[in-house]
Design a protein around this ligand. Structure first.
Ligand code: SAM
Length: 286
């Protein structure tokens, strides 16, 4: 029995299902159910909410999400060895845990959610964490199918997501995250909380999608940030030459100082540049 339910402790689950952690699958398990409960609480009230969990592993966070009242958890796990452990949790919470055996990168939750608010809560495998986040932030149509992402990242990645202009961590990821969401770090988790411990501290990040992000074409915005941050030490009048248009004219239309560098420009500035590139008027919203 554990602190949050009547299922066995996670160490026992791992032993019985021979779930020794595999580095290739980014496996760093959280075995402290008080900690997984804290993460689930940080995801906000879960009653009536469908939660998509990526990489449930032995199910510590899954159990916390269910114990905290999630209407359903849709758990996507690539490691076949974990499926038996997850089936035991599904039996304890009939009809509330859907186990999807497969690759999260190829998984479209839209077939599984609908009719209730949906949220992603996950201790992500770090090798695909940024790719998953970019997928969720570039969904079309927008607003997306989820009302919030609550995700564990390496601290360094978390800092790149929430970074503000003028900081070293500010780059393409911060612009994308800031354009489409309100992102913030909720709290850090020491490496020692994981089994095995990773080399770095982790941070739990909350991203709430903006209902009306500033209007611009997502691909054009990416084109602009790629050019600007691809040569981040150069002035924009130089770095934007790779866009194949007169950078001075683009910068003038966007109202940006041509001697500024990428890291000085706020999200709204990049949106203005993307709009200048596509010839959109400045007043339209998405
Ligand atoms: N949620 C568990 C916890 O907190 O203890 C495990 C987290 S562990 C950091 C990442 C999990 O993601 C592992 O269970 C791993 O097998 C799974 N995983 C790795 N790559 C995956 C992929 N491409 N699709 C789905 N799950 C994956």
């Amino acid at each position: 029995m554990s602190a949050i339910d009547d299922l066995p402790p996670l160490r026992e689950v791992i032993r019985r299902h021979e779930l020794s952690a595999k580095k290739s699958l980014g496996q760093n398990f959280l075995l402290d159910l008080n900690l997984t409960a804290r993460i689930a609480r940080a995801a906000g009230p879960l009653e009536g909410v469908d939660v998509v969990e990526i990489g449930p592993g032995p199910g510590g966070l899954t159990r916390a999400l269910l114990a905290q009242g999630a209407r359903r958890v849709i758990a996507v796990e690539r490691d076949e060895r974990a499926i038996g452990a997850l089936e035991e949790i599904a039996a304890r919470y009939p009809g509330r845990l859907a186990i999807v055996a497969g690759d999260a990168l190829a998984f479209d939750p839209r077939r599984h959610v609908g009719g209730a608010p949906a949220r992603v809560v996950a201790n992500l495998p770090y090798n695909i964490a940024t790719a998953l986040l970019v997928n969720w932030l570039t969904l079309e149509p927008w607003p997306p199918w989820y009302d919030r992402l609550v995700l564990m990242f390496q601290r360094e990645v978390a800092e790149r997501i929430v970074a503000l202009p003028g900081s070293k961590a500010y780059g393409r990821l911060a612009v994308l995250a800031g354009w489409r969401s309100e992102a913030r770090i909720l709290f850090d988790i020491a490496a020692s909380a994981f089994v095995p411990p990773p080399n770095v501290t982790s941070s739990l990040v909350s991203l709430i999608p903006r209902a009306n992000p500033l209007a611009c074409e997502r691909r054009t915005l990416e084109q602009v940030t790629q050019a600007a941050f691809g040569q981040r030490r150069k002035m924009l009048r130089q770095s934007l030459k790779s866009l194949g248009r007169d950078p001075q004219a683009l910068l003038a239309t966007a109202g940006i100082d041509p001697t500024a560098r990428a890291e000085d420009v706020a999200v709204a500035g990049f949106v203005a540049l993307a709009r200048a590139l596509t010839g959109q008027s400045a007043s339209r919203r998405a």
